[in-house]
Design a protein around this ligand. Structure first.
Ligand SMILES: *Cc1c(COP(=O)(O)O)cnc(C)c1O
Length: 385
């Protein structure tokens, strides 16, 4: 990577930890554990199966689950698709109402929209200004025919943390199932499937220093899903296809590292966040979007008065950050997450998401802070008439 580039986009993806890359490399070539984990007739297959099952334990350990409840997928997008579509279709006879929120990841929102086309009904809850869903609002949205509620643990743009336990209790008391997208929560918050009222939980490898293209869905025992991908009946019939051994051991190793580093990673992110904010403390017109007191420290969404977000992004050429806005042929749409928490369009367009990680250094933060000060100074300069 360009060494002058300061990477502050860890919420989009993380680099693979060197220890993870090393384990993956040992599961690819002829000398390594490359065989098909479903090959039952020889030693090479058993070894691959053992590697996959070891990784299943590493992933389930981080979330306090039973390894038998983990279904490998190609990522959190597929896990979200399988959870929503698989559950709604399998439980169609019991009801056809799904409750979710307006600031979920597109993997949930677009799947919900597809389900509406299939004849299911969807209610999208509006979050509070801090980006969290009020359990009372959830309670009010439940209907006798509500079978599934899908809410994220941590929002990928704001870092806002939902009170998943309180929300899950509301769902449990109603007798519906609860799906949680935890792609941004794994390795950052304590998750405990043994204690928390969660039935389905989506995970991604590449948000936690693992490889892209691998994820998992935790499916609590007794939960019935209709498969989306049909084939050899792998993963208890819920997700067919030859298991990607190297991706799976990579995700396992990444989750094992995350379990050891969760506290250290959190403290580091807190320090980086504080450092960036204090480097900007003498600047006027900078706002934190959402509420920093109920957010993970590794995601910081900032709004800047008097500048255009795209122009600011251009001026910050050496800092990799994200806007959350979507470019269309005709115009730029502001982030739907920021507008749904009530920010005016203008402010949403003038916002950037900074996200920190394990490899972020204080020097990078200082350079990013300086670059930001310079960019703001030049963009806010009154143009001479
Ligand atoms: C990244 C992300 C996803 C998608 O995960 P992939 O593994 O890239 O498919 C889903 N939900 C949230 C909240 C995410 O941050």
């Amino acid at each position: 990577m360009n060494t002058s580039l300061i990477y502050l986009d860890y919420a989009a993806t993380t680099p693979v930890d060197p220890q993870v890359a090393e384990v993956m490399a040992r599961h690819l070539t002829r000398e390594g554990t490359f065989a098909n984990p479903a090959s039952r007739s020889h030693m090479a297959g058993w070894m691959a199966e053992q590697a996959v099952e070891g990784a299943r334990r590493q992933v389930s350990d981080l979330i306090g689950a039973d390894p038998r409840e983990i279904v490998w997928t190609s990522g959190a997008t597929e896990a979200d698709n399988l959870a929503l579509t698989g559950y709604m279709r399998a439980n169609r006879a019991r009801g056809r109402h799904l409750v979710t929120s307006a600031i979920e990841h597109k993997a949930v929102l677009d799947t919900a929209a597809m389900l509406e086309q299939e004849g299911f009904e969807v209610t999208r809850l509006t979050p509070r200004a801090d980006g969290r869903i009020d359990p009372a609002d959830l309670q009010a949205a439940l209907r006798p025919d509500t079978v599934l509620v899908s809410l994220m643990a941590v929002n990928n743009e704001l870092g806002s943390i939902n009170d998943i336990t309180a929300l899950g209790r509301v769902v449990r008391d109603h007798g519906a199932a609860f799906h949680v997208d935890a792609a941004q929560a794994a390795g950052r918050l304590e998750l405990d499937m043994a204690e928390q009222p969660i039935d389905l939980l989506s995970l991604s490898g590449h948000k936690v220093y693992g490889p892209k293209g691998i994820g998992a869905l935790h499916v609590r025992r007794g939960i019935r899903l209709e498969a989306l991908i049909h084939g050899g009946g792998h993963e208890r019939g819920m997700r067919s296809g030859t298991l990607a051994t190297h991706q799976i051991v990579g995700m396992g190793q990444a989750f094992a590292l995350a379990a050891d580093a969760i506290e250290q990673d959190r403290r580091h992110a807190e320090a980086m966040r504080k450092r960036l904010l204090s480097s900007l403390s003498d600047q006027d017109g900078i706002h934190i979007n959402g509420d920093g007191n109920v957010s993970v420290p590794n995601i910081l969404s900032l709004g800047f008065d008097g500048v255009d977000g795209e122009a600011l992004l251009m001026a910050l050429r050496d800092v990799a950050v994200s806007t959350g806005s979507a470019c269309n042929s005709a115009s730029v749409d502001p982030s739907y997450v920021l507008t749904e928490i009530g920010l005016p369009r203008e402010r949403a367009l003038a916002s950037l998401r900074f996200s920190f990680g394990r490899f972020t250094t204080p020097e990078e933060i200082d350079r990013a802070g300086e670059a930001l000060q310079q960019a703001l100074a030049s963009l806010r300069q009154p143009t001479s008439a």
